[in-house]
Write a protein that binds this ligand. Sequence first.
Ligand SMILES: Nc1ncnc2c1ncn2[C@@H]1O[C@H](COP(=O)(O)OP(=O)(O)OP(=O)(O)O)[C@@H](O)[C@H]1O
Ligand SMILES: [Mg+2]
Length: 478
Amino acid sequence: MSSNIKVAIRIRDKISRETSRPSVIKRKTSNEITLQKDNTANVITTVEHTFYFDQVFDESSNQKQIYHELAREYILKALEGYHTCVIAYGQTGAGKTYTMMGTEQEPGIIPLVSHELFKIIDMCQDEGPDEDALVHFKVTVSYFQIYNEQIYDMLSGGCNVLRVRDGPRKVTYIEGLSDRIVNSCEELLKCIEEGSARRSVAGTAVNENSSRSHAICTINIQQTEIDSFGDTVERVSSIKLVDLAGSERTKVSKTKDERFKEGTNINKSLMTLRRVVTMLSNNKVTGVPYRESLLTRVLRDNLDGNSITCILACISPCDYEESISTLRYASTAKHVRTEAHLNTTQISKGEEQLFSLQNQLKELQATLTLQTAELEDQRVLQQQLDKINETNKYLQHRLETENKICADFRNRWTQISWESHQLGSALLDIVHATEIASQPFSFDSQITSFQRDCAQFQSSLQKDKETIQYLLEKYTLV
Ligand SMILES: Nc1ncnc2c1ncn2[C@@H]1O[C@H](COP(=O)(O)OP(=O)(O)OP(=O)(O)O)[C@@H](O)[C@H]1O
Ligand SMILES: [Mg+2]
Protein backbone atom coordinates (compact mmCIF):
# COMPACT_ATOMS: atom_id res chain seq x y z
CA MET A 1 0.00 0.00 0.00
CA SER A 2 1.74 3.11 -1.26
CA SER A 3 0.60 6.32 0.41
CA ASN A 4 1.74 9.79 1.24
CA ILE A 5 2.58 10.68 4.79
CA LYS A 6 -0.55 12.17 6.27
CA VAL A 7 0.04 15.64 7.69
CA ALA A 8 -2.28 17.27 10.21
CA ILE A 9 -1.96 20.52 12.10
CA ARG A 10 -3.02 21.23 15.65
CA ILE A 11 -3.25 24.84 16.73
CA ARG A 12 -3.12 24.90 20.48
CA ASP A 13 -5.12 27.29 22.55
CA LYS A 14 -3.38 30.36 23.97
CA ILE A 15 -1.76 29.67 27.30
CA SER A 16 -1.56 32.10 30.23
CA ARG A 17 1.62 33.90 29.10
CA GLU A 18 0.06 34.54 25.65
CA THR A 19 -3.37 35.93 26.57
CA SER A 20 -2.39 39.51 25.79
CA ARG A 21 -0.68 38.66 22.50
CA PRO A 22 -2.54 38.79 19.16
CA SER A 23 -3.16 35.60 17.22
CA VAL A 24 -1.26 35.20 13.95
CA ILE A 25 -3.83 32.82 12.52
CA LYS A 26 -6.07 34.63 10.16
CA ARG A 27 -8.19 31.85 8.71
CA LYS A 28 -8.56 28.17 9.11
CA THR A 29 -10.83 25.48 7.81
CA SER A 30 -10.69 21.70 8.32
CA ASN A 31 -7.75 21.50 5.88
CA GLU A 32 -6.51 25.05 5.29
CA ILE A 33 -4.70 27.54 7.45
CA THR A 34 -3.61 31.11 6.78
CA LEU A 35 -1.08 32.91 8.90
CA GLN A 36 -0.79 36.65 8.88
CA LYS A 37 2.03 38.84 10.04
CA ASP A 38 1.50 42.55 10.54
CA ASN A 39 4.21 44.62 8.98
CA THR A 40 4.81 46.87 11.92
CA ALA A 41 6.83 49.33 9.88
CA ASN A 42 3.94 49.79 7.50
CA VAL A 43 0.60 48.83 8.95
CA ILE A 44 -1.09 48.95 5.55
CA THR A 45 0.76 45.89 4.22
CA THR A 46 0.49 42.54 5.83
CA VAL A 47 2.12 39.24 4.93
CA GLU A 48 -0.11 36.23 4.52
CA HIS A 49 0.69 32.60 4.00
CA THR A 50 -1.82 29.90 3.27
CA PHE A 51 -1.14 26.16 3.62
CA TYR A 52 -3.23 23.09 2.88
CA PHE A 53 -3.11 19.89 4.89
CA ASP A 54 -4.97 16.65 5.34
CA GLN A 55 -6.52 17.97 8.51
CA VAL A 56 -6.36 21.13 10.57
CA PHE A 57 -7.50 21.10 14.19
CA ASP A 58 -8.12 24.53 15.60
CA GLU A 59 -7.85 25.85 19.16
CA SER A 60 -11.24 24.48 20.10
CA SER A 61 -10.37 20.86 19.31
CA ASN A 62 -9.96 18.64 22.32
CA GLN A 63 -7.90 15.52 22.99
CA LYS A 64 -10.67 13.02 22.23
CA GLN A 65 -11.44 14.72 18.92
CA ILE A 66 -7.78 14.52 17.87
CA TYR A 67 -7.75 10.86 18.83
CA HIS A 68 -10.97 9.89 17.07
CA GLU A 69 -10.50 11.97 13.93
CA LEU A 70 -6.80 11.34 13.46
CA ALA A 71 -4.92 8.87 15.67
CA ARG A 72 -7.55 6.10 15.91
CA GLU A 73 -7.01 5.21 12.26
CA TYR A 74 -3.42 4.20 13.04
CA ILE A 75 -4.34 1.71 15.70
CA LEU A 76 -6.98 0.16 13.44
CA LYS A 77 -4.39 -0.13 10.64
CA ALA A 78 -1.92 -1.65 13.09
CA LEU A 79 -4.52 -4.25 14.06
CA GLU A 80 -4.99 -5.03 10.36
CA GLY A 81 -1.30 -5.90 10.25
CA TYR A 82 0.40 -2.66 9.12
CA HIS A 83 3.22 -0.88 10.90
CA THR A 84 2.02 2.62 11.73
CA CYS A 85 3.56 5.73 13.20
CA VAL A 86 2.32 9.03 14.60
CA ILE A 87 4.92 11.78 15.05
CA ALA A 88 4.24 14.97 17.01
CA TYR A 89 6.38 17.75 15.58
CA GLY A 90 6.66 21.48 16.30
CA GLN A 91 8.44 24.28 18.09
CA THR A 92 9.05 24.17 21.81
CA GLY A 93 5.89 24.82 23.81
CA ALA A 94 3.59 24.15 20.83
CA GLY A 95 1.73 21.31 22.57
CA LYS A 96 3.39 18.06 21.35
CA THR A 97 3.67 16.37 24.75
CA TYR A 98 0.21 17.58 25.67
CA THR A 99 -1.15 16.02 22.48
CA MET A 100 0.72 12.72 22.83
CA MET A 101 0.54 12.17 26.60
CA GLY A 102 -1.99 14.76 27.83
CA THR A 103 -2.92 15.02 31.46
CA GLU A 104 -4.86 12.81 33.88
CA GLN A 105 -8.02 14.78 33.12
CA GLU A 106 -7.29 15.15 29.41
CA PRO A 107 -5.40 12.03 28.30
CA GLY A 108 -3.59 12.29 25.00
CA ILE A 109 -3.05 9.96 22.04
CA ILE A 110 -0.81 7.42 23.84
CA PRO A 111 -3.19 6.61 26.73
CA LEU A 112 -6.21 6.70 24.41
CA VAL A 113 -4.52 4.28 22.00
CA SER A 114 -3.73 1.98 24.95
CA HIS A 115 -7.35 1.98 26.11
CA GLU A 116 -8.78 1.30 22.68
CA LEU A 117 -6.24 -1.40 21.85
CA PHE A 118 -7.19 -3.50 24.85
CA LYS A 119 -10.90 -2.74 24.32
CA ILE A 120 -10.59 -4.26 20.83
CA ILE A 121 -8.49 -7.18 22.11
CA ASP A 122 -11.11 -7.97 24.76
CA MET A 123 -13.86 -7.79 22.14
CA CYS A 124 -12.02 -10.15 19.76
CA GLN A 125 -11.41 -12.59 22.56
CA ASP A 126 -15.00 -12.50 23.76
CA GLU A 127 -16.67 -12.79 20.38
CA GLY A 128 -14.86 -15.79 18.90
CA PRO A 129 -17.39 -18.50 17.91
CA ASP A 130 -15.32 -21.30 19.37
CA GLU A 131 -11.99 -21.87 21.03
CA ASP A 132 -10.18 -22.63 17.74
CA ALA A 133 -11.36 -19.47 15.99
CA LEU A 134 -10.12 -17.17 18.73
CA VAL A 135 -7.50 -14.56 18.01
CA HIS A 136 -4.56 -14.80 20.35
CA PHE A 137 -2.85 -11.49 21.03
CA LYS A 138 0.58 -10.80 22.36
CA VAL A 139 1.25 -7.14 23.10
CA THR A 140 4.65 -5.78 24.04
CA VAL A 141 5.87 -2.27 24.62
CA SER A 142 9.22 -0.56 24.33
CA TYR A 143 9.99 3.04 25.22
CA PHE A 144 13.22 4.96 24.69
CA GLN A 145 14.49 8.49 24.44
CA ILE A 146 17.19 10.15 22.38
CA TYR A 147 18.88 12.60 24.70
CA ASN A 148 21.95 14.56 23.59
CA GLU A 149 22.32 12.15 20.65
CA GLN A 150 22.30 9.06 22.85
CA ILE A 151 19.66 6.40 23.26
CA TYR A 152 18.35 5.49 26.72
CA ASP A 153 15.89 2.73 27.56
CA MET A 154 13.06 4.30 29.54
CA LEU A 155 11.77 0.92 30.74
CA SER A 156 15.03 -0.07 32.33
CA GLY A 157 16.35 1.35 35.56
CA GLY A 158 19.86 1.66 34.22
CA CYS A 159 21.20 4.69 32.41
CA ASN A 160 22.96 2.50 29.86
CA VAL A 161 23.46 4.00 26.44
CA LEU A 162 22.01 1.73 23.75
CA ARG A 163 23.15 1.41 20.15
CA VAL A 164 21.21 1.43 16.90
CA ARG A 165 21.99 -1.49 14.62
CA ASP A 166 21.16 -2.06 11.00
CA GLY A 167 18.84 -5.01 10.53
CA PRO A 168 17.75 -6.71 7.31
CA ARG A 169 15.99 -4.66 4.59
CA LYS A 170 17.35 -1.33 5.88
CA VAL A 171 15.32 -1.64 9.07
CA THR A 172 17.14 -0.50 12.15
CA TYR A 173 16.75 -1.85 15.66
CA ILE A 174 18.03 -0.90 19.06
CA GLU A 175 20.28 -3.48 20.63
CA GLY A 176 19.26 -4.51 24.15
CA LEU A 177 16.08 -2.42 24.28
CA SER A 178 13.47 -3.73 26.77
CA ASP A 179 10.32 -5.10 25.21
CA ARG A 180 7.79 -5.72 27.99
CA ILE A 181 4.84 -8.05 27.58
CA VAL A 182 1.61 -6.34 28.70
CA ASN A 183 -1.67 -8.17 29.23
CA SER A 184 -3.97 -5.27 29.98
CA CYS A 185 -4.43 -1.57 29.41
CA GLU A 186 -3.44 -0.98 33.04
CA GLU A 187 -0.15 -2.82 32.56
CA LEU A 188 0.56 -0.87 29.36
CA LEU A 189 -0.23 2.48 30.99
CA LYS A 190 1.93 1.56 33.98
CA CYS A 191 4.89 0.95 31.63
CA ILE A 192 4.27 4.26 29.86
CA GLU A 193 3.98 6.08 33.17
CA GLU A 194 7.19 4.44 34.40
CA GLY A 195 9.01 5.39 31.19
CA SER A 196 7.68 8.97 31.10
CA ALA A 197 8.91 9.50 34.66
CA ARG A 198 12.44 8.86 33.36
CA ARG A 199 12.17 11.32 30.50
CA SER A 200 14.48 14.30 30.48
CA VAL A 201 12.37 17.38 31.11
CA ALA A 202 13.48 20.87 32.20
CA GLY A 203 12.14 24.39 32.43
CA THR A 204 13.01 27.01 29.81
CA ALA A 205 11.74 30.55 29.26
CA VAL A 206 9.19 29.16 26.77
CA ASN A 207 8.01 25.97 28.46
CA GLU A 208 8.36 25.15 32.12
CA ASN A 209 8.11 21.43 31.31
CA SER A 210 10.12 21.36 28.12
CA SER A 211 11.00 17.91 26.74
CA ARG A 212 14.77 17.77 26.34
CA SER A 213 14.71 14.51 24.41
CA HIS A 214 12.84 12.78 21.60
CA ALA A 215 10.65 10.03 23.11
CA ILE A 216 9.58 6.99 21.09
CA CYS A 217 7.01 4.55 22.45
CA THR A 218 6.37 1.44 20.35
CA ILE A 219 3.47 -0.92 20.94
CA ASN A 220 4.02 -4.24 19.16
CA ILE A 221 1.02 -6.42 18.42
CA GLN A 222 1.29 -10.07 17.48
CA GLN A 223 -1.96 -11.77 16.50
CA THR A 224 -2.44 -15.46 15.83
CA GLU A 225 -5.74 -16.52 14.40
CA ILE A 226 -7.08 -19.85 13.16
CA ASP A 227 -9.62 -19.18 10.43
CA SER A 228 -12.65 -21.28 9.43
CA PHE A 229 -10.48 -23.35 7.01
CA GLY A 230 -8.23 -24.31 9.87
CA ASP A 231 -5.41 -22.14 8.52
CA THR A 232 -3.29 -20.13 10.93
CA VAL A 233 -2.97 -16.43 10.19
CA GLU A 234 -0.25 -14.48 11.90
CA ARG A 235 -0.02 -10.68 11.98
CA VAL A 236 2.91 -8.86 13.48
CA SER A 237 2.63 -5.09 13.51
CA SER A 238 3.53 -2.09 15.59
CA ILE A 239 2.36 1.39 16.33
CA LYS A 240 5.11 3.89 17.00
CA LEU A 241 4.14 7.02 18.94
CA VAL A 242 6.75 9.76 18.76
CA ASP A 243 6.90 12.88 20.90
CA LEU A 244 9.75 14.94 19.49
CA ALA A 245 11.60 17.59 21.43
CA GLY A 246 10.76 21.05 20.06
CA SER A 247 13.01 23.23 18.00
CA GLU A 248 14.05 26.31 19.93
CA ARG A 249 15.81 29.59 19.43
CA THR A 250 18.31 30.22 22.22
CA LYS A 251 17.39 33.92 22.19
CA VAL A 252 13.78 33.04 22.98
CA SER A 253 14.20 29.95 25.16
CA LYS A 254 17.07 31.74 27.05
CA THR A 255 18.88 28.47 27.63
CA LYS A 256 22.39 28.23 29.09
CA ASP A 257 24.93 25.51 29.93
CA GLU A 258 23.31 22.06 29.95
CA ARG A 259 19.98 23.34 28.54
CA PHE A 260 21.89 25.11 25.76
CA LYS A 261 23.75 21.89 24.91
CA GLU A 262 20.45 19.97 24.86
CA GLY A 263 18.86 22.60 22.65
CA THR A 264 21.78 22.44 20.21
CA ASN A 265 21.46 18.65 19.93
CA ILE A 266 17.68 18.88 19.53
CA ASN A 267 17.99 21.47 16.76
CA LYS A 268 20.70 19.48 15.01
CA SER A 269 18.65 16.29 14.87
CA LEU A 270 15.51 18.18 13.81
CA MET A 271 17.52 19.85 11.07
CA THR A 272 18.61 16.41 9.81
CA LEU A 273 14.97 15.27 9.92
CA ARG A 274 14.02 18.26 7.80
CA ARG A 275 16.79 17.55 5.29
CA VAL A 276 15.77 13.90 5.05
CA VAL A 277 12.11 14.79 4.56
CA THR A 278 12.96 17.46 1.97
CA MET A 279 15.06 15.01 -0.05
CA LEU A 280 12.43 12.28 0.17
CA SER A 281 9.73 14.74 -0.93
CA ASN A 282 11.86 15.38 -4.04
CA ASN A 283 12.03 11.63 -4.68
CA LYS A 284 15.75 11.50 -3.91
CA VAL A 285 16.81 7.99 -3.02
CA THR A 286 20.55 8.40 -2.82
CA GLY A 287 22.54 10.55 -0.44
CA VAL A 288 19.67 10.90 2.03
CA PRO A 289 21.44 11.72 5.31
CA TYR A 290 19.63 9.19 7.54
CA ARG A 291 22.83 8.32 9.33
CA GLU A 292 23.56 11.90 10.39
CA SER A 293 21.30 11.67 13.43
CA LEU A 294 19.93 8.90 15.63
CA LEU A 295 16.43 10.29 15.16
CA THR A 296 16.46 9.77 11.40
CA ARG A 297 18.12 6.38 11.78
CA VAL A 298 15.41 5.05 14.07
CA LEU A 299 12.61 6.67 12.07
CA ARG A 300 13.95 5.66 8.67
CA ASP A 301 11.43 2.90 8.02
CA ASN A 302 8.59 5.23 9.01
CA LEU A 303 9.76 7.93 6.63
CA ASP A 304 10.40 5.94 3.49
CA GLY A 305 9.68 2.31 4.20
CA ASN A 306 7.13 -0.14 5.48
CA SER A 307 4.89 2.18 7.51
CA ILE A 308 1.69 4.17 7.40
CA THR A 309 2.87 7.42 8.90
CA CYS A 310 1.23 10.58 10.15
CA ILE A 311 2.92 13.80 11.18
CA LEU A 312 0.94 15.95 13.55
CA ALA A 313 2.51 19.40 13.52
CA CYS A 314 1.63 21.47 16.57
CA ILE A 315 1.76 25.25 16.44
CA SER A 316 1.27 28.05 18.90
CA PRO A 317 -1.30 30.71 17.82
CA CYS A 318 1.01 33.61 18.69
CA ASP A 319 4.45 32.80 17.21
CA TYR A 320 4.51 33.75 13.56
CA GLU A 321 8.11 32.86 12.67
CA GLU A 322 8.14 29.48 14.45
CA SER A 323 4.67 28.52 13.21
CA ILE A 324 5.49 29.45 9.60
CA SER A 325 8.65 27.35 9.82
CA THR A 326 6.68 24.37 11.19
CA LEU A 327 3.99 24.71 8.50
CA ARG A 328 6.60 24.92 5.72
CA TYR A 329 8.22 21.74 6.94
CA ALA A 330 4.84 20.03 7.35
CA SER A 331 3.92 21.02 3.80
CA THR A 332 7.08 19.36 2.50
CA ALA A 333 6.33 16.17 4.44
CA LYS A 334 2.99 15.83 2.59
CA HIS A 335 4.89 14.76 -0.51
CA VAL A 336 6.80 11.92 1.11
CA ARG A 337 5.51 8.47 0.20
CA THR A 338 5.87 5.29 2.14
CA GLU A 339 5.29 1.71 1.00
CA ALA A 340 3.41 -0.09 3.75
CA HIS A 341 2.59 -3.76 3.39
CA LEU A 342 0.60 -6.21 5.43
CA ASN A 343 2.85 -8.06 7.81
CA THR A 344 0.74 -11.18 7.63
CA THR A 345 1.58 -14.80 7.08
CA GLN A 346 -1.13 -17.35 6.28
CA ILE A 347 -0.28 -20.92 7.01
CA SER A 348 -2.65 -23.62 5.68
CA LYS A 349 -3.18 -26.86 7.62
CA GLY A 350 -0.99 -28.84 5.19
CA GLU A 351 1.72 -26.21 5.42
CA GLU A 352 1.29 -26.20 9.14
CA GLN A 353 1.82 -29.97 9.29
CA LEU A 354 4.83 -29.58 7.03
CA PHE A 355 6.18 -26.85 9.32
CA SER A 356 5.49 -29.03 12.31
CA LEU A 357 7.29 -31.99 10.69
CA GLN A 358 10.16 -29.74 9.66
CA ASN A 359 10.36 -28.48 13.22
CA GLN A 360 10.30 -32.04 14.55
CA LEU A 361 13.05 -32.94 12.11
CA LYS A 362 15.07 -29.95 13.26
CA GLU A 363 14.56 -30.98 16.88
CA LEU A 364 15.58 -34.58 16.13
CA GLN A 365 18.64 -33.38 14.25
CA ALA A 366 19.51 -31.19 17.19
CA THR A 367 19.07 -34.17 19.59
CA LEU A 368 21.17 -36.37 17.32
CA THR A 369 23.90 -33.77 17.16
CA LEU A 370 23.75 -33.54 20.94
CA GLN A 371 23.92 -37.30 21.37
CA THR A 372 26.75 -37.59 18.85
CA ALA A 373 28.57 -34.94 20.81
CA GLU A 374 27.90 -36.88 24.03
CA LEU A 375 29.18 -40.09 22.42
CA GLU A 376 32.28 -38.32 21.26
CA ASP A 377 32.72 -37.01 24.81
CA GLN A 378 32.38 -40.56 26.13
CA ARG A 379 34.95 -41.85 23.62
CA VAL A 380 37.39 -39.17 24.68
CA LEU A 381 36.72 -40.03 28.34
CA GLN A 382 37.31 -43.75 27.68
CA GLN A 383 40.61 -42.92 25.97
CA GLN A 384 41.62 -40.86 28.96
CA LEU A 385 40.57 -43.70 31.31
CA ASP A 386 42.68 -46.23 29.32
CA LYS A 387 45.67 -43.94 29.52
CA ILE A 388 45.16 -43.55 33.28
CA ASN A 389 44.96 -47.35 33.67
CA GLU A 390 48.17 -47.81 31.69
CA THR A 391 49.90 -45.23 33.84
CA ASN A 392 48.56 -47.04 36.94
CA LYS A 393 49.98 -50.36 35.75
CA TYR A 394 53.37 -48.83 35.10
CA LEU A 395 53.33 -47.16 38.52
CA GLN A 396 52.36 -50.49 40.18
CA HIS A 397 55.29 -52.23 38.46
CA ARG A 398 57.62 -49.49 39.54
CA LEU A 399 56.35 -49.74 43.09
CA GLU A 400 57.05 -53.48 43.19
CA THR A 401 60.60 -52.98 41.82
CA GLU A 402 61.24 -50.20 44.32
CA ASN A 403 59.94 -52.44 47.16
CA LYS A 404 62.32 -55.24 46.10
CA ILE A 405 65.25 -52.84 45.94
CA CYS A 406 64.23 -51.62 49.39
CA ALA A 407 64.16 -55.20 50.80
CA ASP A 408 67.62 -55.97 49.29
CA PHE A 409 68.94 -52.79 50.69
CA ARG A 410 67.49 -53.61 54.14
CA ASN A 411 69.21 -57.03 54.08
CA ARG A 412 72.45 -55.55 53.01
CA TRP A 413 72.10 -52.94 55.67
CA THR A 414 71.60 -55.60 58.38
CA GLN A 415 74.65 -57.49 57.08
CA ILE A 416 76.73 -54.37 56.96
CA SER A 417 75.51 -53.38 60.42
CA TRP A 418 76.61 -56.79 61.80
CA GLU A 419 79.93 -56.59 60.00
CA SER A 420 80.35 -53.07 61.22
CA HIS A 421 79.59 -54.22 64.77
CA GLN A 422 82.18 -56.99 64.48
CA LEU A 423 84.70 -54.65 63.06
CA GLY A 424 83.91 -52.19 65.80
CA SER A 425 84.60 -54.86 68.48
CA ALA A 426 87.80 -55.87 66.73
CA LEU A 427 88.79 -52.30 66.51
CA LEU A 428 88.10 -51.81 70.20
CA ASP A 429 90.25 -54.80 70.99
CA ILE A 430 93.03 -53.44 68.85
CA VAL A 431 92.64 -50.04 70.46
CA HIS A 432 92.69 -51.68 73.86
CA ALA A 433 95.74 -53.69 72.98
CA THR A 434 97.38 -50.65 71.53
CA GLU A 435 96.54 -48.71 74.65
CA ILE A 436 98.04 -51.46 76.84
CA ALA A 437 101.12 -51.59 74.65
CA SER A 438 101.51 -47.87 74.69
CA GLN A 439 101.22 -47.73 78.53
CA PRO A 440 104.38 -49.51 80.00
CA PHE A 441 103.77 -48.07 83.38
CA SER A 442 100.44 -49.76 83.56
CA PHE A 443 102.04 -53.04 82.35
CA ASP A 444 104.72 -52.83 85.00
CA SER A 445 102.17 -52.23 87.63
CA GLN A 446 100.35 -55.28 86.42
CA ILE A 447 103.54 -57.34 86.61
CA THR A 448 104.16 -56.00 90.07
CA SER A 449 100.62 -56.87 91.02
CA PHE A 450 101.09 -60.32 89.45
CA GLN A 451 104.35 -60.81 91.30
CA ARG A 452 102.67 -59.78 94.52
CA ASP A 453 99.89 -62.26 93.82
CA CYS A 454 102.53 -64.90 93.13
CA ALA A 455 104.32 -64.08 96.39
CA GLN A 456 101.06 -64.28 98.25
CA PHE A 457 100.33 -67.57 96.51
CA GLN A 458 103.84 -68.91 97.41
CA SER A 459 103.46 -67.82 101.02
CA SER A 460 100.05 -69.47 101.25
CA LEU A 461 101.54 -72.55 99.53
CA GLN A 462 104.40 -72.53 102.10
CA LYS A 463 101.86 -72.27 104.87
CA ASP A 464 99.91 -75.20 103.48
CA LYS A 465 103.19 -77.17 103.16
CA GLU A 466 104.08 -76.47 106.77
CA THR A 467 100.54 -77.42 107.84
CA ILE A 468 100.79 -80.68 105.92
CA GLN A 469 104.30 -81.31 107.41
CA TYR A 470 102.95 -80.79 110.87
CA LEU A 471 100.02 -83.08 110.30
CA LEU A 472 102.29 -85.76 108.90
CA GLU A 473 104.62 -85.56 111.86
CA LYS A 474 101.69 -85.58 114.25
CA TYR A 475 100.35 -88.79 112.94
CA THR A 476 103.84 -90.27 112.56
CA LEU A 477 103.57 -90.77 109.07
CA VAL A 478 107.00 -89.45 108.49
N1 LIG B 1 -4.23 22.05 23.22
C1 LIG B 1 -3.86 22.58 24.37
N2 LIG B 1 -4.76 23.09 25.21
C2 LIG B 1 -4.37 23.60 26.36
N3 LIG B 1 -3.10 23.70 26.80
C3 LIG B 1 -2.17 23.22 26.00
C4 LIG B 1 -2.48 22.63 24.75
N4 LIG B 1 -1.35 22.23 24.19
C5 LIG B 1 -0.37 22.54 25.05
N5 LIG B 1 -0.86 23.13 26.12
C6 LIG B 1 -0.04 23.63 27.25
O1 LIG B 1 1.07 24.31 26.68
C7 LIG B 1 2.26 24.09 27.42
C8 LIG B 1 3.34 23.53 26.50
O2 LIG B 1 2.87 22.31 26.00
P1 LIG B 1 3.83 21.04 25.79
O3 LIG B 1 4.69 20.84 26.94
O4 LIG B 1 2.97 19.96 25.34
O5 LIG B 1 4.72 21.61 24.61
P2 LIG B 1 5.81 20.79 23.76
O6 LIG B 1 5.49 21.03 22.35
O7 LIG B 1 5.87 19.42 24.21
O8 LIG B 1 7.11 21.59 24.12
P3 LIG B 1 8.61 21.05 24.21
O9 LIG B 1 9.07 20.88 22.82
O10 LIG B 1 9.37 22.13 24.90
O11 LIG B 1 8.57 19.81 24.97
C9 LIG B 1 1.84 23.15 28.53
O12 LIG B 1 1.63 23.90 29.69
C10 LIG B 1 0.57 22.54 28.06
O13 LIG B 1 -0.27 22.17 29.14
MG1 LIG C 1 7.31 18.18 24.99
